[in-house]
Design a protein around this ligand. Structure first.
Ligand code: GTP
Ligand code: MG
Ligand code: ZN
Length: 319
């Protein structure tokens, strides 16, 4: 995400959205972070979305009377990482990201491979490079089960990293690949997104929160997405999610985002095959032969069957 020179047009100047909420946004304008309001017309720009602009958006702002600064317009996005909320509205987590850290904890909150698969589908749908980051590996002395679990993704060519902010394992190596462009961290509450970004860039000191003993769940410590400078790029911290809704994608659209399904999709008897119940389905046959991992087939069937991988409400970040 290159930072172009400041340009002026019709009394507006360009800015980068650092942190948005429902009613206002912090925008980087001329090297200074300014609290901006939204022009009413902006809400028509992305109907169906929970908010008019998101972290990473390139916007044009104008200084109005009484010193208010107004976001007037938003530039077309190079990428959109989004999920569906219940009720159908779309929550865009970040705009213009180049890379997504799909963050999952190996211990607590519990390792959730199906949630990783959903985030990978969303990354593929947005054409954003995913990196699966397994956190808290210091809590797992025996790595064999973890290695086996992540091999599902490494065999598909996904970059999988094991990190610990306690021992520092894997942190510098990850830092070496996220110093350019915009990198967003997504995952369940409590997996250690804010801790990881702070480990990468200690000056950030992002607020982190204990995992609840009773439920082994996070406490939704981060409530608003925010961008932070890191080397030549940007890191985006996001509020923890409990589910990753993919409603709105047709089964065929989901299937093409399963890298392991791609070699077989063209060989199904029906072009419109959803790989659920149709006869002569090459994807199902591949799963039965073991060419597609059962965990991946299970993930797929739950997504297209509309089974939510949900264990409660998400952080309410002002929508
Ligand atoms: N043992 C261990 N604990 C960690 C590690 N990374 C984070 N934690 C702990 O996990 C808890 C949650 O960390 P956060 O960074 O707040 O998690 P988060 O993903 O940002 O959570 P939300 O903001 O709620 O989405 C904190 O108590 C951290 O200290 C790690 O590598 N090892
Ligand atoms: Mg956090
Ligand atoms: Zn099929």
């Amino acid at each position: 995400m290159a930072r172009g020179p400041r340009t002026e047009s019709r009394g507006t100047i360009e800015g980068l959205v650092i942190s948005p909420t429902a009613r206002h946004a912090k925008v980087l304008v001329d090297g200074v972070i300014v609290r901006c309001l939204y022009a009413p017309a902006l809400k028509e720009k992305h109907p169906g979305d929970t908010r008019p602009v998101v972290a990473g958006d390139r916007v044009r702002v104008r200084r109005a009377d009484r010193g208010d600064v107004i976001v007037e317009d938003v530039a077309p996005r190079t990428s959109v990482l989004a999920r569906r909320l219940e009720g159908g509205r779309r929550r865009v987590m970040v705009a213009n990201a180049d890379r997504v850290l799909v963050v999952v904890s190996c211990v607590e909150p519990p390792f959730l491979p199906r949630l990783v698969d959903r985030m990978l589908v969303a990354a593929e749908a947005a054409s954003i490079q995913p990196i699966v980051v397994v956190t808290k590996v210091d809590l797992m002395p025996d790595r064999a089960p973890l290695d086996e679990a992540v091999s599902v993704w490494t065999r598909l060519g996904y970059d999988v990293r094991r990190v610990s902010t306690v021992t520092g394992e894997g942190v510098a190596e990850l830092g070496a690949v996220v110093g350019e462009g915009l990198t967003v961290a997504v995952g369940q509450s409590g997996v250690g997104k804010s801790s990881l970004l702070t480990a990468l860039e200690p000056t950030l000191e992002l607020k982190t929160g204990e995992v609840s003993d009773k439920w082994g769940r996070g406490r939704h410590t981060t409530t608003v997405a925010s961008l932070h400078r890191f080397l030549n790029g940007w890191l985006c911290d996001t509020p923890g999610i409990r589910s990753f809704g993919l409603a709105g994608l047709e089964p065929q659209e989901v299937a093409v985002r399963f890298r392991d399904f791609q070699p077989f999709i063209g060989a199904c008897r029906f072009n419109s095959c959803t790989h659920v119940h149709e006869p002569d389905c090459a994807v199902k046959a591949a799963a039965e032969r073991g060419d597609i991992h059962p965990a991946r087939m299970d993930s797929y069937l739950r997504i297209v069957g509309g089974v939510p991988d949900d264990d409660g409400d998400d952080a309410d970040d002002g929508d």
